[in-house]
Design a protein around this ligand. Structure first.
Ligand code: CA
Length: 222
């Protein structure tokens, strides 16, 4: 499953850590840097699917960084973070080639929603088709025949693990490895609760494959 790769350019280490964790929980792969110079270096090595750039960086203005990236041919969408909300600043952000703007302090849910929107607009949603379902890791949606359901990040990872091996039995251990962080202690009844919710959501999709229990072994999407 192709997850969207986000580069977070923010010199406030505490904010960077909080935002990074929140985005990772939402299913994004995040790399964080604290300066414009580091961002230029990393982006040149591997352009991310989107960037979140603080306007007030120690070595440069985030908007200048954005312009420098655009000059290098990097077209990944950019979401600016700024401490200021003046209209002229906003306009300068768009003029610098940014795609959206968020004023500090912001709610993490707002950042995630805006990021998903710019990724979708840029056509980098990483959607894949598997087991008769369309799985969109950016918007955490499963859809089929024009109907879609919104999943939590954990539900999405569970479904992706089952869909990647459709028609085959996936063990509980494999599901835990795919859907939870390394080393997480996940009780059987926790998995049952998640699978029950996922089954309910899949039933909202006409003709969707179902998650069948293979007693004593695991689960199978078919
Ligand atoms: Ca800053």
């Amino acid at each position: 499953m192709a997850v969207a790769r986000i580069m977070l350019v923010e010199d406030d280490l505490e904010l960077r850590t909080v935002v990074r964790r929140a985005l990772e929980e939402e299913g994004f792969a995040v790399s964080g840097v604290g300066t414009g110079a580091e961002a230029m270096e990393r982006v040149a090595a591997q352009p991310p699917d989107a960037l979140v750039i603080d306007v007030g960086l120690p070595d440069t203005d985030g908007r200048d960084l954005c312009q420098a990236l655009r000059a290098q041919g990097i077209q990944s969408p950019v979401l600016f973070l700024t401490a200021r909300d003046a209209l002229t600043d906003r306009l300068a952000g768009f003029g610098a080639g940014g795609d959206d703007y968020l004023t500090k302090p912001f709610a993490l849910a707002e950042l995630t929603a805006r990021l998903r929107a710019v990724l979708t607009r840029a056509g980098v949603d990483g959607t894949v088709n598997a087991a008769g379902l369309k799985l969109d890791p950016t918007n955490l949606e499963a859809s089929r025949e024009g109907h879609s359901v919104r999943l939590t990040p954990t539900e999405f990872r569970l479904l992706a693990a089952l869909a990647a091996q459709a028609e085959r039995t996936v063990t509980r251990r494999e599901l835990v490895r795919s859907a939870w962080p390394d080393g997480a202690v996940v009780h059987d009844n926790t998995i049952d609760v998640y699978l029950a919710r996922l089954r309910r959501k899949l039933r909202e999709l006409p003709g969707s494959p179902a998650i069948n229990t293979v007693h004593g072994v695991g689960y199978r999407l078919q």
